[in-house]
Design a protein around this ligand. Structure first.
Ligand code: NDP
Length: 500
């Protein structure tokens, strides 16, 4: 086993948790993997191993699914008063909030993001999601329906939990993705097996302890650590799972759909993106420059909705590129736990190689580097400099494919092309998000109408709220996360008709 090296900046409490003998939550107990196997967790700022966690495989998945099945089928959770389910979600939110600093430290250490960001975004947004969904637990209603065929019936609908849910989450917002998935499923009365991402299991494992402390009944939430093929695939294929909810790459999303065919389980997917940010000549430039820079550089570009294609009217193109480039050059790269850090490392060596490979491929195909580039200048860790590419063309890989790093392609458009800009913005297989920057109200609405994506931001980007539905058109996914709409993912509708 490699030496454990935890960053000396973390508090003794966080260090204590990181160094524990990590266990998964299955059926209300904290357990090792059935095989006894573990796998290493790395600090992306150094490449050091910081922990080992259990490596769940098919046997562990099976145990967790059986526990979730029993917890669902015995009916206690489903029949629990909705206000009590809501109270448990609120209690979990309170516990999370009480441990805000510890969770922010863990997230920073494990994922690489700046502590300050995790503290103001990841953790509070997760708290809010549990509270918001706790509120929905008492408001999941059906409707009464007047039948068109006659007056002699009384018909109504009820919404019931879909059953046992397998949830598979990624590493870019580890705690927040766990909250996005768990909170609505539990509010609806489902039981859950949650598989954390191999790169970032720490906040999910700590959350499992809080779930236990909050008093959720055994088997209602089961939390596994393991690899995608070893644990994710058997979870997606398991016959006793009624539904699988996945966030990650479009490629794995397609595998999930195939795996789900055995028992035709329900599937929702939150997948990749190649989101356009469109800046018109009349935009407030200071706002547009800061906003489009943040659209791509927030979370190191490791956002499914990152504004990675920047279309700018030619009249303001140079100013915008210069402004975004200056912001890129000024961003301070440092380990997330360094208080001066404005951007930490990417999450893994694999992700680092992928992103640097894209920058190099863009350059090889003729793109010019307006800021950043493939060399980070950092001595250790998986750092990539925020990068602005110009002189691209629509068929380049950097323009078409999701890079999932701090790399933006800036593309000018002319007055003559304004009508075509919507078409260009829509010219990828993705349709997750977009932003439009203009002072012209009707233009903003016209573009918003034409964009084929689940989210359009006007004069802003990356604005999220527990109440706002989020998800993709085209190959960016199926279904919506958050808001009232996510409840559809976790409920079945039953129509009841009574002859009067
Ligand atoms: P993946 O899609 O591989 O991983 C997402 C989750 O799926 C992880 O928990 C992973 O497990 C799991 N998984 C992997 N393979 C399978 C499988 N066959 N069956 C079931 N579950 C599986 O994303 P990566 O981490 O590999 O990142 C690759 C790219 O995906 C990124 O560069 C980015 O483009 C995109 N991505 C998109 C995200 C989004 O928010 N939409 C988030 C993360 C990535 P494990 O990681 O433990 O192996």
């Amino acid at each position: 086993m490699a030496t454990i090296a935890i960053d000396p900046r973390v508090s003794s409490r966080t260090a204590g948790f990181v160094s524990t003998d990590h266990r998964m939550l299955v059926d209300g107990r904290f357990v090792k993997a059935a095989s006894g196997k573990t796998f290493p967790v790395y600090n992306p700022a150094t490449g050091d191993v910081i922990a080992h966690v259990p490596e769940a495989e098919a046997e562990d998945v099976n145990r967790a699914v059986l526990a979730a099945r029993r917890a669902f089928d015995d009916g206690a959770w489903v029949r629990m008063a909705p206000s009590e389910r809501g109270r448990l979600l609120w209690k979990l939110a309170d516990l999370l909030e009480k441990n805000l600093d510890e969770f922010a430290e863990l997230e920073s250490l494990d994922n690489g993001k700046p502590f300050a960001i995790a503290r103001v975004a990841d953790v509070p947004y997760s708290v809010d999601m549990f509270r918001y969904m706790g509120g929905w637990a008492t408001k999941i209603t059906g409707s009464t329906i007047p039948l068109s065929c006659g007056y002699d019936f009384h018909s109504y609908t009820v919404r019931e939990p879909v059953g046992v849910v397998g949830q598979i989450i990624p590493w870019n917002f580890p705690l927040l993705m766990a909250a996005w998935k768990l909170a609505p499923a539990l509010a609806c009365g489902c039981t859950v097996v949650l598989k954390l991402a191999e790169q970032t299991p720490l906040t999910g494992l700590r959350l499992a302890q809080l779930i236990d402390e909050a008093g959720f009944p055994p088997g209602v939430v089961n939390v596994l650590t393991g690899y995608g093929e070893g644990a994710g695939a058997p979870l997606a294929a398991h016959d006793m799972v009624d539904k699988v909810a996945f966030t990650g790459s479009t490629e794995v999303g397609k595998l999930i759909v195939k795996a789900a065919t055995g028992n035709l389980k329900k599937v929702t997917l939150e997948l990749g993106g190649k989101s356009p940010a469109i800046v018109f000549a009349d935009a407030k430039l200071e706002q547009a420059v800061a906003g489009t820079a943040s659209a791509i550089f927030f979370n190191h570009g490791q956002c499914c909705c990152a504004g990675s294609r920047l279309y700018v009217h030619e009249k303001v193109f140079d100013q915008v590129v210069e402004g975004v480039g200056k912001i890129a050059e000024d961003i301070k790269l440092a380990p997330g736990l360094d208080p001066s850090s404005q951007m930490g490392p990417l999450v893994s060596d694999e992700q680092y190689r992928k992103v640097v490979g894209y920058i190099e491929s863009g350059i090889a195909e003729g793109a010019q580097v307006a800021a950043g580039g493939p060399v980070s200048g950092m001595e250790r860790g998986w750092f990539v400099r925020p990068t602005v590419l110009t002189n691209t063309n629509p068929r380049m890989k950097v323009v078409q494919e999701e890079i999932f790093g701090p790399v933006v392609c800036a593309v000018p458009f002319s007055d003559a092309e304004i009508d075509k800009i919507i078409q260009r913005a829509n010219d990828t297989v993705y349709g997750l998000a977009s932003s439009v920057w203009t002072q012209n109200l009707s233009l903003a609405h016209k573009v918003a109408r034409g964009i084929r994506a689940g989210t359009v931001w006007v004069n802003c980007h990356n604005v999220f709220d527990a109440s706002l539905p989020f998800g993709g058109y085209k190959q960016s996914g199926w279904g919506r996360e958050m808001g009232e709409q996510v409840l559809n993912n976790y409920t079945e509708t039953k129509a009841v008709t009574v002859a009067l």
